[in-house]
Design a protein around this ligand. Structure first.
Ligand SMILES: Cc1cc2nc3c(=O)[nH]c(=O)nc-3n(C[C@H](O)[C@H](O)[C@H](O)COP(=O)(O)OP(=O)(O)OC[C@H]3O[C@@H](n4cnc5c(N)ncnc54)[C@H](O)[C@@H]3O)c2cc1C
Length: 456
């Protein structure tokens, strides 16, 4: 069987690896000049950096053993250090009640507790709606913490009001069920560790992109091919299979596995789908990220892997320190700026970004302006699927229609419009291959309602 795989991120490469291992002919089409997708390590002009902090963690030992066994992989085990910068102080991340109380100015801490109790009383008489991020969070944390951190951070990250953001995002991402839960965790920590609270993680020496490099070398050594800088321009059904058109040529194949953004995929399928599916797909929006990497002269003091910066004085919403992931990494900081493709931040030049970033870095005490040796910029248009109030219905319309098309499977973070992690994409790719072979199904294997998806 010949299978075309769209996208050479973890999901696409994992699917391709399964298939070549089983003796099938595979061609992977990737629009970028290199593999890795969001889990790439950018290597350019002497720079090597990840696209934001990537910790590898999985509760699936099979996936962990598989990744450990990829050619040339050396997985480091690290203890997470991450903080939030607020009110010119550092708070532990994930939030811990005792740390919040001891770090916060007294009047703010008192206000936070009073607003929490006021919210509980309000809940008896006029419960808040639970469909939006705003309603979900206010009813569990109160207005104090909401106004101080949860609302500004999420507004900056998503670019929309928290009232327009689905509560699914909150329930997946905020793993402590409210301020009462934070207090309980401090007094009597639960034995079960939820995903985003996991304190140890793995990281491949040499950069997170080593995982994709390991996959890719296995694929090409087993006879599979990866076509870089190749973007499909259309996909058609033939009598026995599929034809993928590209600017350069066309590729005939029996089956297709998609891992590129699902709204791009539906466009490529042309009139194979009904109009209402295109309408729904056009409503699915992605948040973009710009990454600025700053190379420094000398060491960086903070031991954090990453630091969140929700306040407006910082244009970036997070920074990460490469050396704290891998001691052999250069002395550099990667800043992330959340934006929409084509907006003012997206269009900022490297020099403009540097000008707004360096004062913030100095204020944080990360580095001084005279330590900057060089910098590099990368942009990714499809970083986060935006869970707005209508995303669930639109996603279901699109995915249900795609399921009805035989000989094609869609998976991965982009292909399912799902805020998932590296290990999920690897596992989904594997199950997409098994689905193509008629041995399993991606949908049946994953519990779509499971609230343990979110990481970075
Ligand atoms: C800032 C950040 C931090 C993160 N941190 C963590 C973390 O700590 N831990 C964790 O587990 N996960 C983390 N993640 C999530 C993780 O990176 C992703 O879940 C995973 O890499 C997704 O893999 P994928 O293959 O599903 O999608 P992608 O990596 O997006 O791969 C899709 C591929 O398709 C290609 N493509 C797109 N359009 C086309 C086209 N038209 N034609 C051909 N190719 C195309 C893209 O170039 C890309 O290579 C983070 C993500 C981000 C953005």
């Amino acid at each position: 069987m010949k299978v075309a795989v769209l996208g050479a991120g973890l999901a696409g490469l994992s699917a391709a690896e399964q298939l070549v291992r089983r003796g099938h002919e595979v061609v992977v089409l990737e629009k970028e000049p290199s593999h890795g997708g969001l889990a790439a390590t950018v290597k350019r002009d002497g720079f090597e950096y990840d696209l934001g902090p990537h910790r590898f963690h999985t509760s699936n030992n099979e996936i962990l053993d598989f990744v450990k066994g990829l050619p040339g992989i050396d997985l480091l085990e690290l203890n997470r250090v991450s903080r939030i910068r607020l009110l010119d102080r550092y708070f532990d991340y994930p939030l811990a009640f005792d740390n919040v109380l001891s770090t916060m100015p007294l009047h703010r801490g008192t206000g936070m507790m009073l607003s929490f109790f006021a919210e509980k009383i309000r809940g008896f008489f006029a419960p808040r709606e639970q469909e939006s991020f705003e309603g979900w969070v206010l009813s569990r944390f109160g207005r104090g913490l909401y106004d101080l951190y949860l609302a500004p951070y999420n507004k900056k990250l998503w670019g929309i009001e928290p009232s327009q953001l689905s509560a699914d995002w909150a329930s997946q991402r905020i793993t402590v069920p409210g301020l009462a839960g934070l207090i309980k965790e401090t007094i009597a920590p639960s034995k079960e560790t939820v995903r985003s609270l996991v304190s140890t993680f793995h990281y491949p020496r040499g950069g997170v992109g080593e995982i994709c490099r390991g996959f890719a070398s296995g694929i090409t050594e087993t006879g599979g091919s990866i076509l870089f800088s190749t973007e499909p321009t259309g996909i058609g059904k033939t009598e026995n299979g599929w034809c993928i058109y590209t600017a350069q040529s066309h590729i005939m194949c029996d089956k297709v596995i998609n891992t590129i953004p699902v709204n791009c995929y539906t466009k490529l399928l042309g009139d194979l789908l009904p109009e209402k599916v295109y309408q729904a797909a056009s409503q699915l929006k992605f948040r973009a990220l710009v990454f600025l990497t700053v190379l420094l002269d000398g060491d960086i003091e903070p031991l954090d892997h990453w630091i969140y910066t929700s306040e407006d004085r910082y244009l970036f919403n997070r920074l990460s320190i490469s050396k704290n992931f891998d001691p052999d990494a250069p002395s550099q900081v990667v800043f992330e700026y959340s934006c929409q493709e084509g907006d003012d931040i997206w269009n900022m030049s490297k020099e403009e970004l540097l000008r707004t970033t360096i004062p913030g870095a100095e204020h944080l005490g990360i580095f001084a302006a005279d330590k900057v040796l060089d910098s590099d910029i990368s942009r990714r248009a499809h970083a986060y699927p935006i869970y707005d109030l209508h995303y669930a219905g639109n996603t279901a319309t699109v995915l249900d229609a795609l399921e009805d098309i035989s000989g094609s499977v869609t998976c991965g973070r982009q292909g399912l419009f799902r805020y998932n992690n590296m290990d999920h994409s690897i596992e989904m790719g594997k199950f997409a291959a098994l689905e193509i072979l008629g041995e399993a199904s991606v949908k049946d294997h994953f519990n779509w309602d499971e609230n343990t998806w979110a990481d970075g």
